[in-house]
Structure formats: C-alpha cells, structure tokens
Design a protein around this ligand. Structure first.
Ligand code: HAM
Length: 437
C-alpha cells in the first residue's frame, strides 16, 4: 500500500470505474438530447458569496472554501444551479426561450461520509428557463426519468416523489404559520422520512411554533395519497388551487407515459433554500438508498442574482447513488475494455508488417494491440485472450510469403486466410464505433 491514499470521500477512477461513469454520462447526454437540451459548463471555483444566502444552510456548512492568494473568498462549487443562474442571467436577453441547457459538473461538499454520499460527485443538471406552466415541470422530470430508463431503471426500480412548496406553504398558512416559521417548518418536514413522525411533530412545535394539535393535523394531511385528497382534507382555498395544478402536472406525465414512476408525496420539500414551486426527489423503489435525484422550480433565483425575473426549474442527479443502484441490479456490462484485434508476430521479421497492419486497422476504426517486444507465440495467444480480442491476426513467415495472414476468430476458433493487401489497405470507416465489424 502506498503512503499516499486519496482523501476521504474522493475517488480514484480505475479504467473499469471510469467505463461505468462514461456509460452513465452517455445515458445522461442521450436523454438530454432527446428533449432538446444543450450542454454547457462553468468554472469549478466560484466566489464564495454565490452560495451564501442562496443555497441554504446545509450546503453552506459543507463548502470547501478558502481565501485565494489575491485575498478573494472562494469556494469549490457544491452545486451547479447558482453558476447556471448567473450564466443565463448574463445573456438572458439574447437567449431564445425557453432556455434548455444541461451540464455534468463535478461538485464538492464536505459531507459526513455515508453510503451514497461522498465529498465529490458528478451531477447531471438539467434546467429550463422561461416557462411558468406545469408542462415545463413535467418536461423536466421526464428528462430525469428518461435518463434512468436508458440505464435500465424503470418503474420497478425507481419512484419520483413530487410535491409543491406552494401547496405546503398554503397548508402551513392555514395553520397560522407565517413567513418566519416557514423555513423551520420546511426543515422539520424535510427530515420526516429520516427521523419519523414523533421527532418531526416535536420539531414543528419547538421550532416552527405549531400547537401539538396543529402539528398532528399537518402530519395527517401530509399522508394524503393525491393532491385532491389533500385539498379535501385541508379545506379548499389556495391549497385547492395548488392541488389542481399538481393534478394537471400528473396528467401531463401520464400522457408522456411516465405516470407509473411518479407518486404524490406532500412531505417532499427539498433542503435547498431557493425552491418556489413543484419539487421532486427520485428514490430507489426499495427505499434503501439516499435520493438519486432532486430538483424543482426556483422562480426567484435569477432575479436574486441580479438577473431578469424569469421562471426557472431543473434537477440534479448524482453518479454515486446511481452507480450503487446499477451495481445492485447487476446492470453492469462485462467485457469492457476488450480490443478488437491482437496481432501475433511469429518472428521479428514480420514486425514492420505488423505495424502497417495495425495502422491500417486503426484507420478503419478497430482497436488493435500487438506485443511491444519479442514474445513467444503461445504467450501472444494468451495475451490475445486476456485482452478480450475478437480476432488474432497471425503474421507467420510462410503465410506472409504467400501474401496472406491467418485470422483466428477467438470465440469460435475458426481460422481464415485473409490477403495482406486487404489488411494493409488504410480506409477510413466512419461507421466504426469500436464494436468490431
Ligand atoms: P441536491 O439535492 O443537493 O440538489 O443534489 C442532487 C443530487 O445530487 C442528489 O439527489 C444526489 O444524487 C446527488 N448528491 C448530492 N450531494 C451528494 C454527495 N455528497 N455525494 C454524492 N451524491 C450527492 C442540487 O444540488 C440542486 N442544485 C439540483 C438542481 C438543479 N435543482 C435545480 N436545478
């Protein structure tokens, strides 16, 4: 073991790890493309005050922050939303609405290490600016669910729990909670799942100023199965209006074919400070892991950052919980890193020819390896196997003299004689994608 381990909560990506990450990123990019989102990025280091006051206490406590050599207070980005809001604000006038952008930044949070939570992670961010209707909320969560679907995680594997902060605000308003108690009430409700009903009721009484009876009523209402049922329980008004919006959102997801993986859950509030409307979190069905994805509407944030007052919404999906979900389901692909061809050099006189064959096959898009120093033939076949090669291209003196190579199919063992002229013809194959052929 080396004396230089990585920091706690930071990962080394060995090739197989990076291949898994690349597969996840490919699904994220493909889902984004299908919904018309364009990729962007921002700086990993940002001014500290981009986060203080906007992201919410929990994230600010977890910042990697320091003073740089020029005396600036800076922080490694713990989330992408403030950078996104700033970038959009700076060009909002020139951008066609709705703006549909996505990014896959690496983010840093000094979190307590636990299953599914590290101190760095990659997070797929999909955000939409310029549309206030719930059709946009449905569109955005549909991107997340489509990305998971592309990774083989459908209705049997995951569930999105959705609610609306305005619904909760109206509910709390009905119980006499004003603006001052709201943040404390959100914080208590956000922990309901983890801490249970009793602890939550206590917090609501202590920190948000509810009576014990009101806290019990609230927890009862939060258990409603549908927005309509909640509106009935809470008696109309603003609650009913918000519930009707949420029903329309759910209908839109039904039309998009995704209703089977979305459930109403009035206790979803999200930990971040800037959300203003529909919010959601996606979990594994078994409920064993932390959230794989979270997001929602944040209509006030652009204006808070000095930008235009545009409605906005989006989500972040991390690679850590997702990786665990995929591993749990055995959804890992085998044979990653296999090469297409391994060239067997029978005697060193064939090496220059081997290089020409390798170069031509690589131009054609195939992945090719060969021994880098003189090696026995038996060993070379073992290496071809170990490399997962689809074919061994054998260059022996007798065959080469006849103008051919023996190409062995490593799976079936079948051998064929292929003219060297064919193997050294460097023709680009634009369709080649490394899958052979
Ligand atoms: P968030 O809920 O803080 O939201 O993070 C979103 C997702 O990122 C989580 O559900 C989780 O999968 C992953 N994640 C967060 N922290 C960690 C960690 N320490 N280790 C591993 N994974 C983690 C946001 O960050 C919002 N800015 C998302 C957003 C975008 N809302 C609107 N647009």
């Amino acid at each position: 073991m080396s004396d230089f381990g990585s920091l706690p909560g930071f990962r080394d990506f060995y090739p197989e790890d990076l291949e898994r990450r690349t597969r996840i990123f490919a699904a994220w990019r493909e889902a984004s493309r299908r919904f018309g989102f364009r990729e962007f990025d921002g700086p990993p280091l940002e001014p500290l005050d981009l986060y203080t006051g906007k992201s919410g206490e929990e994230i600010v406590r977890q910042l990697y922050a320091f003073t740089d050599k020029g005396g600036r207070e800076v922080a490694l980005r713990p989330e992408m939303t403030p950078s996104f809001a700033r970038m959009v604000s700076a060009r909002a006038g020139a951008l066609r609405k709705p703006i549909r952008w996505f990014a896959i930044p690496q983010l840093f949070r000094y979190e307590r290490a636990q299953r599914g939570r590290l101190r760095e992670h990659f997070q797929w961010n999909v955000d939409l600016v310029g549309e206030a209707d719930v059709t946009a909320d449905a569109e955005v969560i549909a991107v997340a669910l489509t990305g998971l679907g592309l990774l083989g995680l459908g209705a049997d594997a995951i569930v999105a729990r959705v609610s609306d902060r305005r619904l909760l605000e109206a509910l709390l308003g009905g119980l006499g909670i004003g603006a001052e108690g709201l943040a404390a009430a959100y914080a208590a409700i956000d922990k309901l799942e983890r801490e249970g009903a009793d602890a939550t009721a206590e917090r609501l009484v202590e920190h948000a100023g509810l009576s014990a009876g009101a806290a019990a009523d609230l927890l009862g209402a939060l258990g409603s199965d549908t927005p309509a049922a909640l509106a009935d329980a809470a008696g109309g008004g603003e609650v009913a209006a918000r519930a009707a919006d949420l029903e329309r959102y759910l209908d839109t997801l039904d039309a998009l074919g995704l209703r089977d993986r979305v459930a109403f859950d009035a206790s979803i509030v999200r930990g971040l400070a800037y959300y203003t409307g529909i919010v959601f979190e996606i979990f594994d069905r078994a409920g064993e892991l932390r959230a794989v994805c979270g997001g929602g509407r944040y209509d006030g944030l652009l204006a808070q950052l000095g930008g235009p007052d545009l409605p906005a919404l989006g989500f972040g999906m991390g690679d850590v919980v997702l990786g665990e979900l995929l591993a749990d389901r055995g959804a890992e692909e085998g044979a990653a890193g296999a090469v297409d061809d391994h060239i067997v050099i029978v005697s060193e006189e064939q090496r220059p020819l081997a290089l020409r064959v390798a170069a031509a096959l690589r131009v054609a898009g195939r992945s090719v390896t060969y021994p880098l120093h003189e090696t026995g033939v038996g060993r070379q076949f073992k290496d071809a196997n170990a490399a997962g090669a689809e074919r061994a291209v054998v260059l022996g003196p007798d065959e080469v003299a006849e103008g051919v190579a023996v190409v062995k199919d490593m799976r079936s063992g079948a051998e064929s004689r292929v003219p060297l002229e064919e193997l050294t013809r460097a023709e680009e194959n634009p369709g080649a994608d490394g899958d052979g052929g």
